[in-house]
Unconditional design. Structure first.
Length: 148
């Protein structure tokens, strides 16, 4: 157990995740230059698209992949509506703020996905390659439901 925890926390992906939280925790005014942030966003979108596309091309579109993509798309569309309703009732937020917060909950975090994937890989349970394509499929329905 100690070795697996040590392996998890010394993984470069996990270290970057933790180090990224440190400036926010100490309320630092550290900022990434806008041009670099845009370049990284474009790079990540291309990398996700290529990795997901290659994984789907290798395995072919079968029933398992189609079901995973359909489930991801449906869930990412309906989660913001469900969360917005909860925020309106329990949190007593107005429609605009409940919709904005709900859209965040419906959004897929690539950083969280990569971090979870790294932890699973270190536990000898690697994620299926086509899950990156499911990740990409989930963004559009979330954006649409967030706009609605």
């Amino acid at each position: 157990m100690v070795l697996s925890a040590l392996a998890i926390f010394t993984s470069p992906v996990i270290l970057f995740f933790i180090l990224g939280m440190c400036p926010a925790a100490v309320r630092s005014d550290l900022a990434i230059p806008e041009a670099f942030a845009k370049a990284m966003s474009i790079y990540l979108m291309i990398a996700i698209g290529l990795k997901g596309g290659v994984a789907v091309a290798k395995s072919g579109i079968g029933i398992e992949i189609a079901l995973a993509m359909a489930a991801g798309g449906v869930l990412s569309f309906f989660i913001p509506f469900y969360v917005a309703a909860i925020l309106r009732r329990v949190g007593r937020l107005d429609p605009l703020n409940s919709g904005a917060v709900a859209a965040h909950y419906g959004s897929v975090s690539v950083i969280t996905f990569v971090t979870a994937g790294e932890i699973l890989t270190l536990q000898a349970m690697p994620i299926l390659g086509y899950m990156v394509a499911v990740l990409a499929v989930m963004e559009t329905p979330m954006i649409l439901s967030g706009l609605l």
